[in-house]
Design a protein around this ligand. Sequence first.
Ligand SMILES: Nc1nc2c(ncn2[C@@H]2O[C@H](COP(=O)(O)OP(=O)(O)O)[C@@H](O)[C@H]2O)c(=O)[nH]1
Ligand SMILES: Nc1ncnc2c1ncn2[C@@H]1O[C@H](COP(=O)(O)OP(=O)(O)O)[C@@H](O)[C@H]1O
Length: 206
Amino acid sequence: MAADATAAPQPPHEAIDRGRGRLIVLAGPTAVGKGTIAEYVRTHFPGVWFSVSMTTRRPRPGEVDGVHYHFVEDHEFDRLVEAGQFLEHAVVHGAAKYGTPRGPVERIISSGRDALLEIDLQGARQVRETWPDALFVFLAPPSWDELVRRLVGRGTEGEAERERRLATARAELAAQSEFDEVVVNDDVRRASEELVSLMRSGRADR
Ligand SMILES: Nc1nc2c(ncn2[C@@H]2O[C@H](COP(=O)(O)OP(=O)(O)O)[C@@H](O)[C@H]2O)c(=O)[nH]1
Ligand SMILES: Nc1ncnc2c1ncn2[C@@H]1O[C@H](COP(=O)(O)OP(=O)(O)O)[C@@H](O)[C@H]1O
């Protein structure tokens, strides 16, 4: 009604309620290309919001604190766990701790934007418990041999560490039926576009 329209000023465009955003969880075995796909999506789809995880591992050359991860000391991580500040957290590859800070994700979802988490299988299972309406996407290799080739080709782990990661990868591949969608990383561009299109499906306003 005209009287209501004059009484209540229209919100700016960005503040128009678009409902809650959706949580998208991307997981997959070591060296399948999660980091590569994430980088491609960051570059080509800047509208996609990525959660920045917290980790106790040391930064690698080229990694920027606050962009690729928030790098923290072990005692600080444990304090945040105690304070309930993580949506999920896990020890990955038997070494460092990783966790998704809860606050930024909740704020983005409340603002109507989607949030993408790139986390491991243990974390994905925790999110399934607390956030069952999230979209769970598994990134799979074209074949086992190709996964091994990528891990060896990346050259960032020694043989013993590679063996350990491949044992975990076997268990992770066996769990892919727990996911809503499986995207095969045969080609970085194609797989990234499929992921973004899954994120956007059902959301005509994105
Ligand atoms: N549960 C959980 N896993 C994470 C999180 N952030 C990263 N990871 C996983 O930790 C693993 C190790 O990641 P990273 O240290 O970047 O090494 P990379 O797998 O060798 O590239 C990957 O499987 C990531 O998916 C997080 O916040 N929570
Ligand atoms: N579609 C692809 N085809 C060929 N090589 C790929 C593809 N995606 C990723 N790679 C390569 O595989 C290796 C592992 O990728 P990375 O993104 O580090 O995996 P993750 O983050 O899952 O451990 C890297 O050397 C990367 O360049």
